[in-house]
Design a binder for this molecule. Structure first.
Ligand SMILES: Nc1ncnc2c1ncn2[C@@H]1O[C@H](COP(=O)(O)OP(=O)(O)OP(=O)(O)O)[C@@H](O)[C@H]1O
Length: 301
Protein backbone atom coordinates (compact mmCIF):
# COMPACT_ATOMS: atom_id res chain seq x y z
CA UNK A 1 0.00 0.00 0.00
CA UNK A 2 1.40 3.41 -0.92
CA UNK A 3 2.31 5.52 2.09
CA UNK A 4 0.25 8.71 2.38
CA UNK A 5 3.27 10.67 3.59
CA UNK A 6 6.76 9.56 2.72
CA UNK A 7 10.05 11.34 3.23
CA UNK A 8 13.59 10.28 2.50
CA UNK A 9 16.55 12.14 3.94
CA UNK A 10 14.44 15.28 4.08
CA UNK A 11 16.66 18.15 5.17
CA UNK A 12 16.29 21.90 5.56
CA UNK A 13 18.99 24.33 6.59
CA UNK A 14 18.17 28.02 7.03
CA UNK A 15 21.64 29.29 6.15
CA UNK A 16 23.79 27.48 8.69
CA UNK A 17 20.92 26.88 11.10
CA UNK A 18 19.50 23.39 11.09
CA UNK A 19 15.72 23.31 10.68
CA UNK A 20 15.46 19.58 9.94
CA UNK A 21 18.03 16.96 9.06
CA UNK A 22 17.71 13.62 7.38
CA UNK A 23 14.07 12.83 8.12
CA UNK A 24 13.01 9.44 6.78
CA UNK A 25 9.44 8.62 7.67
CA UNK A 26 6.35 6.88 6.36
CA UNK A 27 2.78 7.51 7.44
CA UNK A 28 0.34 4.85 6.37
CA UNK A 29 -3.22 5.25 5.10
CA UNK A 30 -5.78 5.62 7.91
CA UNK A 31 -3.15 6.35 10.54
CA UNK A 32 -3.15 9.22 13.04
CA UNK A 33 0.46 10.22 13.54
CA UNK A 34 1.41 12.49 16.44
CA UNK A 35 4.49 14.59 15.74
CA UNK A 36 5.99 15.72 19.02
CA UNK A 37 8.83 17.97 20.03
CA UNK A 38 9.77 20.99 22.08
CA UNK A 39 9.88 24.55 20.65
CA UNK A 40 12.23 24.92 17.74
CA UNK A 41 12.55 21.16 17.23
CA UNK A 42 11.63 21.24 13.54
CA UNK A 43 7.94 20.36 13.52
CA UNK A 44 6.78 23.38 11.53
CA UNK A 45 9.75 23.04 9.18
CA UNK A 46 8.73 19.43 8.46
CA UNK A 47 5.12 20.38 7.82
CA UNK A 48 6.07 23.28 5.53
CA UNK A 49 8.37 20.99 3.55
CA UNK A 50 5.56 18.44 3.14
CA UNK A 51 3.27 21.13 1.77
CA UNK A 52 5.94 22.70 -0.41
CA UNK A 53 5.63 26.02 1.43
CA UNK A 54 9.44 25.86 1.64
CA UNK A 55 11.90 23.87 -0.48
CA UNK A 56 14.22 21.25 1.00
CA UNK A 57 17.99 21.67 1.09
CA UNK A 58 18.07 18.01 0.10
CA UNK A 59 15.95 14.90 0.31
CA UNK A 60 12.43 14.23 -0.95
CA UNK A 61 8.87 14.36 0.31
CA UNK A 62 5.97 12.55 -1.30
CA UNK A 63 2.25 12.73 -0.58
CA UNK A 64 0.13 9.87 -1.92
CA UNK A 65 3.22 8.75 -3.80
CA UNK A 66 3.37 12.01 -5.78
CA UNK A 67 5.14 15.35 -5.67
CA UNK A 68 3.53 17.69 -3.08
CA UNK A 69 3.36 20.38 -5.80
CA UNK A 70 1.02 18.24 -7.88
CA UNK A 71 -2.38 20.00 -8.04
CA UNK A 72 -4.24 16.70 -7.67
CA UNK A 73 -2.40 16.06 -4.41
CA UNK A 74 -3.12 19.49 -2.98
CA UNK A 75 -6.86 19.00 -3.36
CA UNK A 76 -6.67 15.92 -1.13
CA UNK A 77 -4.97 17.73 1.74
CA UNK A 78 -6.39 19.85 4.56
CA UNK A 79 -3.80 22.05 6.23
CA UNK A 80 -3.85 24.01 9.45
CA UNK A 81 -0.78 26.25 9.63
CA UNK A 82 0.83 26.97 12.98
CA UNK A 83 0.45 30.70 12.61
CA UNK A 84 -2.74 31.76 10.98
CA UNK A 85 -2.88 35.17 9.36
CA UNK A 86 -6.62 35.88 9.37
CA UNK A 87 -7.07 39.63 9.20
CA UNK A 88 -9.33 42.26 7.69
CA UNK A 89 -12.98 43.27 7.57
CA UNK A 90 -14.27 40.17 5.84
CA UNK A 91 -16.55 37.95 7.94
CA UNK A 92 -15.26 34.49 8.84
CA UNK A 93 -18.27 32.96 7.03
CA UNK A 94 -17.43 34.87 3.81
CA UNK A 95 -13.81 33.78 3.96
CA UNK A 96 -14.79 30.12 4.41
CA UNK A 97 -17.39 30.31 1.62
CA UNK A 98 -14.72 31.78 -0.65
CA UNK A 99 -12.27 28.96 0.18
CA UNK A 100 -14.98 26.36 -0.35
CA UNK A 101 -15.52 27.79 -3.85
CA UNK A 102 -11.80 27.74 -4.62
CA UNK A 103 -11.73 24.08 -3.63
CA UNK A 104 -14.53 23.29 -6.03
CA UNK A 105 -17.37 23.04 -3.52
CA UNK A 106 -17.85 21.18 -0.26
CA UNK A 107 -20.57 19.10 1.41
CA UNK A 108 -23.79 20.99 2.22
CA UNK A 109 -23.97 22.40 5.73
CA UNK A 110 -20.36 21.38 6.43
CA UNK A 111 -19.21 24.84 7.57
CA UNK A 112 -22.22 25.38 9.83
CA UNK A 113 -21.90 21.94 11.43
CA UNK A 114 -18.21 22.41 12.17
CA UNK A 115 -18.81 25.95 13.51
CA UNK A 116 -21.45 24.59 15.87
CA UNK A 117 -19.24 21.78 17.07
CA UNK A 118 -16.32 24.10 17.74
CA UNK A 119 -18.58 26.84 19.09
CA UNK A 120 -17.49 29.75 16.93
CA UNK A 121 -19.56 32.65 15.64
CA UNK A 122 -18.75 33.08 11.94
CA UNK A 123 -20.52 36.44 11.58
CA UNK A 124 -17.54 38.12 13.27
CA UNK A 125 -15.04 40.01 11.10
CA UNK A 126 -11.75 38.18 10.81
CA UNK A 127 -9.66 40.98 12.28
CA UNK A 128 -11.77 40.91 15.42
CA UNK A 129 -11.58 37.19 16.10
CA UNK A 130 -9.76 36.13 19.27
CA UNK A 131 -6.73 33.83 18.94
CA UNK A 132 -8.80 30.80 19.92
CA UNK A 133 -11.54 31.65 17.43
CA UNK A 134 -9.01 32.14 14.63
CA UNK A 135 -7.73 28.67 15.42
CA UNK A 136 -11.28 27.32 15.12
CA UNK A 137 -11.77 28.99 11.72
CA UNK A 138 -8.43 27.44 10.71
CA UNK A 139 -9.69 24.02 11.77
CA UNK A 140 -12.96 24.47 9.86
CA UNK A 141 -11.12 25.28 6.61
CA UNK A 142 -8.83 22.25 7.13
CA UNK A 143 -11.70 19.80 7.73
CA UNK A 144 -14.54 21.20 5.62
CA UNK A 145 -13.70 19.54 2.28
CA UNK A 146 -13.19 16.15 4.01
CA UNK A 147 -9.64 15.72 2.74
CA UNK A 148 -7.89 12.33 2.62
CA UNK A 149 -4.94 13.77 4.53
CA UNK A 150 -5.07 16.31 7.36
CA UNK A 151 -1.84 18.07 8.26
CA UNK A 152 -2.35 20.05 11.44
CA UNK A 153 0.36 22.19 13.03
CA UNK A 154 -0.32 22.54 16.77
CA UNK A 155 -4.08 22.18 16.29
CA UNK A 156 -5.01 22.36 19.97
CA UNK A 157 -3.14 25.56 20.76
CA UNK A 158 -5.50 28.24 22.06
CA UNK A 159 -8.48 25.88 22.41
CA UNK A 160 -10.16 25.49 25.78
CA UNK A 161 -10.41 21.92 27.17
CA UNK A 162 -13.99 21.24 26.05
CA UNK A 163 -13.31 22.40 22.51
CA UNK A 164 -10.10 20.34 22.52
CA UNK A 165 -12.24 17.28 23.27
CA UNK A 166 -14.54 18.13 20.37
CA UNK A 167 -11.56 18.56 18.08
CA UNK A 168 -10.19 15.16 19.16
CA UNK A 169 -13.59 13.64 18.39
CA UNK A 170 -13.32 15.14 14.88
CA UNK A 171 -9.91 13.50 14.48
CA UNK A 172 -11.29 10.13 15.61
CA UNK A 173 -14.14 10.42 13.12
CA UNK A 174 -11.67 11.25 10.35
CA UNK A 175 -9.68 8.15 11.28
CA UNK A 176 -12.81 5.98 11.32
CA UNK A 177 -13.63 7.30 7.85
CA UNK A 178 -10.21 6.04 6.69
CA UNK A 179 -8.51 9.43 6.49
CA UNK A 180 -4.91 10.00 7.50
CA UNK A 181 -3.86 12.63 10.03
CA UNK A 182 -0.48 14.15 10.87
CA UNK A 183 -0.66 16.47 13.85
CA UNK A 184 2.09 18.21 15.75
CA UNK A 185 2.15 19.06 19.43
CA UNK A 186 4.45 19.95 22.30
CA UNK A 187 2.82 17.46 24.61
CA UNK A 188 1.97 13.82 24.32
CA UNK A 189 -1.19 14.15 26.44
CA UNK A 190 -2.85 16.13 23.65
CA UNK A 191 -2.34 13.45 21.04
CA UNK A 192 -1.94 10.09 22.79
CA UNK A 193 -5.65 9.24 22.91
CA UNK A 194 -6.13 9.63 19.16
CA UNK A 195 -2.73 8.67 17.72
CA UNK A 196 -1.70 5.25 16.49
CA UNK A 197 1.96 6.22 16.44
CA UNK A 198 4.02 9.13 17.59
CA UNK A 199 7.33 10.48 16.35
CA UNK A 200 9.58 12.63 18.48
CA UNK A 201 11.70 15.30 16.91
CA UNK A 202 14.40 17.15 18.74
CA UNK A 203 16.85 19.72 17.41
CA UNK A 204 15.94 18.94 13.84
CA UNK A 205 16.25 15.18 14.14
CA UNK A 206 13.70 12.41 14.51
CA UNK A 207 14.83 10.63 17.69
CA UNK A 208 12.10 8.02 18.09
CA UNK A 209 8.95 6.60 16.51
CA UNK A 210 6.72 4.61 18.85
CA UNK A 211 3.52 2.67 18.58
CA UNK A 212 1.12 4.04 21.20
CA UNK A 213 -0.50 0.68 21.97
CA UNK A 214 2.91 -0.97 22.47
CA UNK A 215 4.06 1.90 24.62
CA UNK A 216 0.99 1.66 26.80
CA UNK A 217 1.65 -2.04 27.29
CA UNK A 218 5.24 -1.31 28.30
CA UNK A 219 4.39 1.56 30.61
CA UNK A 220 4.51 1.27 34.38
CA UNK A 221 1.15 1.69 36.06
CA UNK A 222 -0.01 1.86 39.65
CA UNK A 223 -2.64 -0.64 40.78
CA UNK A 224 -4.65 -0.96 43.99
CA UNK A 225 -6.75 -3.97 44.96
CA UNK A 226 -9.13 -4.16 47.88
CA UNK A 227 -10.28 -7.54 49.19
CA UNK A 228 -13.14 -8.55 51.48
CA UNK A 229 -10.62 -9.82 54.08
CA UNK A 230 -6.86 -9.51 54.78
CA UNK A 231 -4.68 -11.38 52.27
CA UNK A 232 -1.33 -13.15 52.89
CA UNK A 233 1.72 -11.44 51.41
CA UNK A 234 3.18 -14.78 50.21
CA UNK A 235 0.38 -15.10 47.68
CA UNK A 236 1.66 -12.02 45.85
CA UNK A 237 5.41 -12.15 46.40
CA UNK A 238 7.73 -12.42 43.36
CA UNK A 239 5.01 -12.16 40.74
CA UNK A 240 6.47 -11.32 37.31
CA UNK A 241 6.18 -7.62 36.51
CA UNK A 242 4.94 -6.67 39.98
CA UNK A 243 7.01 -4.12 41.92
CA UNK A 244 6.72 -1.96 45.06
CA UNK A 245 4.28 -4.43 46.58
CA UNK A 246 2.59 -3.21 49.74
CA UNK A 247 -0.09 -5.13 51.63
CA UNK A 248 -1.92 -3.60 54.53
CA UNK A 249 -4.73 -5.78 55.79
CA UNK A 250 -7.23 -6.17 52.98
CA UNK A 251 -5.59 -3.56 50.71
CA UNK A 252 -2.82 -4.22 48.20
CA UNK A 253 -0.93 -1.65 46.16
CA UNK A 254 1.88 -2.11 43.64
CA UNK A 255 3.24 -0.95 40.31
CA UNK A 256 3.03 -3.12 37.25
CA UNK A 257 5.60 -3.25 34.53
CA UNK A 258 3.83 -4.38 31.40
CA UNK A 259 0.94 -6.85 31.57
CA UNK A 260 -1.15 -7.18 34.74
CA UNK A 261 -1.86 -10.84 34.02
CA UNK A 262 0.16 -12.46 36.89
CA UNK A 263 -1.32 -10.12 39.48
CA UNK A 264 -4.87 -10.69 38.27
CA UNK A 265 -4.44 -14.47 38.44
CA UNK A 266 -2.99 -14.30 41.97
CA UNK A 267 -5.79 -11.99 43.10
CA UNK A 268 -8.48 -14.23 41.63
CA UNK A 269 -7.95 -16.71 44.50
CA UNK A 270 -9.46 -14.13 46.89
CA UNK A 271 -12.56 -11.95 46.76
CA UNK A 272 -11.78 -8.61 45.15
CA UNK A 273 -14.22 -5.87 46.13
CA UNK A 274 -12.56 -2.89 44.47
CA UNK A 275 -9.88 -2.24 41.86
CA UNK A 276 -8.12 1.01 40.96
CA UNK A 277 -5.72 1.21 38.02
CA UNK A 278 -4.24 4.54 37.08
CA UNK A 279 -3.69 5.44 33.43
CA UNK A 280 -0.04 4.75 32.58
CA UNK A 281 1.99 7.90 32.55
CA UNK A 282 3.40 7.93 29.03
CA UNK A 283 4.52 11.51 29.41
CA UNK A 284 7.21 10.34 31.80
CA UNK A 285 8.61 8.00 29.16
CA UNK A 286 8.58 10.78 26.62
CA UNK A 287 10.36 13.25 28.79
CA UNK A 288 13.34 10.93 28.70
CA UNK A 289 13.48 11.27 24.92
CA UNK A 290 13.53 15.03 25.28
CA UNK A 291 16.48 15.11 27.62
CA UNK A 292 19.96 15.15 26.13
CA UNK A 293 21.67 12.51 28.31
CA UNK A 294 19.51 9.58 27.33
CA UNK A 295 19.04 10.67 23.74
CA UNK A 296 21.73 8.41 22.28
CA UNK A 297 20.77 5.44 24.43
CA UNK A 298 17.24 5.50 23.04
CA UNK A 299 18.25 5.95 19.45
CA UNK A 300 20.63 3.02 19.77
CA UNK A 301 17.99 0.83 21.39
N1 LIG B 1 12.57 31.14 8.46
C1 LIG B 1 13.53 30.71 9.29
N2 LIG B 1 14.76 31.28 9.25
C2 LIG B 1 15.74 30.85 10.07
N3 LIG B 1 15.61 29.86 10.96
C3 LIG B 1 14.42 29.27 11.05
C4 LIG B 1 13.31 29.66 10.22
N4 LIG B 1 12.25 28.88 10.52
C5 LIG B 1 12.66 28.03 11.51
N5 LIG B 1 13.96 28.26 11.82
C6 LIG B 1 14.75 27.51 12.80
O1 LIG B 1 14.64 26.13 12.53
C7 LIG B 1 14.51 25.38 13.73
C8 LIG B 1 13.23 24.58 13.71
O2 LIG B 1 12.13 25.47 13.77
P1 LIG B 1 10.60 25.01 13.63
O3 LIG B 1 9.78 26.25 13.56
O4 LIG B 1 10.47 24.03 12.55
O5 LIG B 1 10.36 24.30 15.04
P2 LIG B 1 9.00 23.80 15.72
O6 LIG B 1 9.28 22.45 16.22
O7 LIG B 1 7.87 23.98 14.80
O8 LIG B 1 8.89 24.78 16.95
P3 LIG B 1 7.63 25.58 17.54
O9 LIG B 1 6.88 24.61 18.35
O10 LIG B 1 8.31 26.63 18.36
O11 LIG B 1 6.87 26.14 16.38
C9 LIG B 1 14.60 26.39 14.87
O12 LIG B 1 15.92 26.43 15.32
C10 LIG B 1 14.21 27.69 14.22
O13 LIG B 1 14.83 28.78 14.87
Amino acid sequence: MTAVVQTEGLTKFYGKRRGLEDLTLEIRPGEVFGYLGPNGAGKTTTIRLLLDVIRPTRGVARLFGADPRDAAVRGRVGYLPGELALEGREKASEYLAYLAGVRGGIGKGMIETLAERLEVDLSVRMGRLSKGNKQKVGLIQAFMHEPDLLILDEPTSGLDPLVQQEFLAMVREARTAGRTVLMSSHVLAEVEHVSNRVGIVRRGRLVAVEDIAALREKAVRKVELHFDAPVPEEAFRDLPGVRDLKIEGAALSCTIDGRPDALIKAAARFTVVHLVSAEPDLEEIFLTYYSEDVHHAHVGA
